[in-house]
Design a protein. Structure first.
Length: 105
């Protein structure tokens, strides 16, 4: 089960120089090793500010490399990634944030 939570690390170990993501607009490419390094940096930062297993991390952005960063970061630290659609209205985003991100136990 460990490989599921850290799939990117295992993939990076197997094929570090293989291209994993290509930005359709700019043509920029990231390898599996680069993706893993980016996710590790973000994971380290989030853990230092208290984010951990079960916490929700929401991202509101147009299509951007950050989606991969946060997806793989959340897998590494056990957080829950909540990608938000930038085309939603403020009311819709507010509802999602209240119900799925900023909940109280």
């Amino acid at each position: 089960m460990d490989w599921v939570c850290n799939w990117l690390k295992y993939r990076s170990d197997m094929t570090p120089d293989q291209v994993a993501v290509v930005d359709g607009r700019s043509g920029k490419r990231w390898t599996f090793a680069e993706l893993n390094q980016r996710a590790c940096r973000v994971a380290h930062y989030l853990q230092t500010v208290g984010v951990g297993r079960g916490d929700r991390i929401a991202l509101l952005s147009v299509n951007h490399m950050a989606y991969f960063d946060f997806l793989f970061t959340c897998m590494k630290i056990g957080a829950i990634f909540v990608p938000l659609n930038w085309r939603l209205s403020v009311a819709e985003l507010t509802r999602i944030l209240r119900e799925f991100v900023c909940y109280e136990e």
